[in-house]
Design a binder for this molecule. Structure first.
Ligand SMILES: Nc1ncnc2c1ncn2[C@@H]1O[C@H](COP(=O)(O)OP(=O)(O)OP(=O)(O)O)[C@@H](O)[C@H]1O
Ligand SMILES: [Mg+2]
Length: 296
């Protein structure tokens, strides 16, 4: 009886001991879990904080460059208006100057709006439909002809000559009369091509600009090439050519731009599941920009 009593008391003591060990282990385990969760959360917070700082810095830079760029045409407009006001230039001359600068201002504000939409992740709006790409190219080329410098010409070679992407020079003229069609937002795709052709015109002082369209051998892709005979792209900006505010026009203020055209163009081409690349011409002067888009 006594033995039994001792036995049960020893048993209950050792059981209590085991239970308290278990609860200590449980507590330790919970604490370790909690500690891991807290350190993981604080690591994530640190990362988010770093990203916010980078984002904040980029936004500050964007605002400072954008406001600097906006100031230039605004100052010119004020200059023309004030000269006309003091009758120091002919009103018609002032109007022409003001119009030109107002167009620049409009272009710049449109570009800045596009960039802020791209950056905010809201993306540009796209209304996709079947479009005839050659018609769009022709409209752009015809519109830009009037702004060509003396000694510069523009020509087109519009497909569908089978060849283009990875063709290895194979040609098949069987369906040459068929128009190239792609799924695209008419306005946005025209904006992208127009930016590239506009650059070719801006950076070419003599020679010929050639705009081509081709269909790949498997007919799944369309290639648009813009080849110019200008000075070529400065080698040091080639690796980040499609980033925003990347410009290099040494010694020529007339060609100065904001460096938003190619950034917006790439965003548009990406949204069309296409690709864009650029290279300086090997055999001749100038540069070639190539846009590859899926065909219908
Ligand atoms: N065809 C080209 N030949 C030589 N350099 C080019 C050509 N196209 C673009 N570049 C270079 O790439 C830079 C970036 O081009 P992008 O179109 O983005 O800007 P931009 O033309 O300078 O200004 P924006 O388009 O905003 O008016 C240009 O400043 C120029 O240095
Ligand atoms: Mg440009």
């Amino acid at each position: 009886m006594i033995n039994e009593a001792i036995g049960s008391s020893t048993y209950s003591h050792s059981r209590a001991g085991v239970l308290s060990y278990v609860s200590i282990f449980e507590n330790l385990w919970i604490q370790t879990e909690l500690y891991q969760q807290i350190s993981e959360s604080s690591r994530r917070l640190e990362l988010a904080n770093e990203q916010l700082k980078i984002h904040d810095k980029m936004q500050q830079e964007f605002i400072s460059i954008a406001s600097h760029e906006l100031r230039t045409p605004v100052q010119s407009i004020l200059g023309f208006a004030s000269l006309a006001n003091k009758a120091q230039i002919e009103p018609i001359q002032a109007c022409k100057g003001i119009l030109l600068e107002a167009y620049k201002l409009q272009q710049l504000t449109n570009d800045l709006l596009d960039v802020s939409r791209i950056e905010s992740g809201a993306s540009l709006s796209y209304v996709m439909e079947k479009v005839r790409i050659n018609e769009i190219i022709l409209n752009i080329v015809n519109a830009i002809k009037i702004s060509l410098k003396q000694g510069v010409s523009i020509e087109t070679g519009l497909g569908p000559n089978i060849g283009g992407v990875g063709s290895g020079g194979i040609h098949d003229n069987s369906d040459n009369n068929k128009e190239i069609e792609i799924y695209a937002d008419k306005i946005r795709i025209a904006q992208a091509i127009s930016n590239i052709v506009g650059n070719a015109v801006k950076f070419t002082d003599r020679g010929t600009i050639r705009v081509e369209s081709l269909v790949s051998v498997d007919k799944k892709r369309v290639e648009i090439k813009v080849c110019d005979s200008g000075n070529g792209i400065a080698e040091d900006i080639l690796p980040n050519l499609f980033d925003k505010f990347v410009t290099k026009t040494p010694g020529n203020e007339n060609k100065r731009g904001t460096g938003l055209g190619l950034y917006i163009t790439k965003a548009i081409i990406d949204a069309h599941k296409g690709e864009i690349f650029a290279a300086n011409n090997n055999q001749t002067v100038g540069a070639t920009f190539t846009i590859v888009l899926p065909s219908v």
